[in-house]
Ligand binder design. Sequence first.
Ligand SMILES: Nc1ncnc2c1ncn2[C@@H]1O[C@H](COP(=O)(O)OP(=O)(O)OP(=O)(O)O)[C@@H](O)[C@H]1O
Length: 339
Amino acid sequence: MLSAGDHGFPFPILIGDIGGTNARFALLVDTYAEPKQLPPIKTGDFPTIEEAMQKSILDKTSVQPRSAILAVAGPIKGDEIPLTNAGWVIRPKDMLASLGLADVLIINDFEAQALAVATPADEDLVQIGGGSIRPSSSRVVLGPGTGLGVAGLVFAQHTWIPVPGEGGHVDIGPRTERDFRIWPFLEPIEGRMAGEQILCGRGIMNLYRAVCAADGEEPVLADQAAVTTSALSGSDPTAVETVSLFSTYLGRVAGDMAMIFMARGGVFLAGGISQKILPALMRPEFRAAFEDKAPHSALMRTIPTFAVVHPMAALSGLSAFARTPRDFGVATEGRRWRS
Ligand SMILES: Nc1ncnc2c1ncn2[C@@H]1O[C@H](COP(=O)(O)OP(=O)(O)OP(=O)(O)O)[C@@H](O)[C@H]1O
């Protein structure tokens, strides 16, 4: 495997986390300086990523980057990378020419989230339940956001290796009597109930509407933010149940991922929604569902679960990687372009 550790990136390095709604950038002047964070931009405000980078970054700083490492939501195949949920198409070859860069690497957004939990700072984490991190053991990141992102992080041969995948699309099924009443009303994708149909922003609405339908009620809350806000304040019993079930189902899937990776190094909840519903995740449901994995409940009780509360976790992961790429086994085949 050719990894970035074989050849570092020339400084200054522009790092970027490009989501469906927001793009966040920072500049790294050298290995030792703290990353200089730039104001976040809305992807919808610029027709192309080159224009966004030129107008909102390069025109506003005297530091001209020589390389760029970008994390994007979506598959990275070929020389044209369309962004899931955003209108931009990334063309790294054009970027080299138009922005005067010598080196561009594009990785998956949850790979960047995984890099961020290799050596997280204590203040960036809130532990949910018991267990403790076993150093050098595998870790898992999962994040409900626009979709449900999942990645593993494996330690081997003195390097942290992020393992991106499509873990958000695993099947999810009913277990309790209540689940069996709600499931028929959940909207499937092509006939199948996948984790991402429930465990993301629009998934909260899918679950809320299904809970209403199971009880023969009309939904009154307009969007997912209204559901979580009403749940946290306790003002709407159906919203309270929706968020309680959401926590249970997230705990189940998080537990499944922990078992797949034998993640004795911990399970980390990233993404905007985990932070917004943290008080609900601290209640018993999430952790109870995580541990409820007979015949492996004793093992599960030893595995810690955390919410990542760093506001720009993906950028911090990219920054750690950009500074010392040799510490990470980030594959670069087909994802690195040089002038
Ligand atoms: N208070 C809230 N409660 C529940 N869901 C919310 C709330 N606020 C926003 N959302 C939903 O969270 C999702 C966005 O999640 P997140 O902030 O993690 O973004 P993301 O997936 O990283 O995407 P991007 O980086 O493009 O903004 C959207 O579906 C949005 O509707």
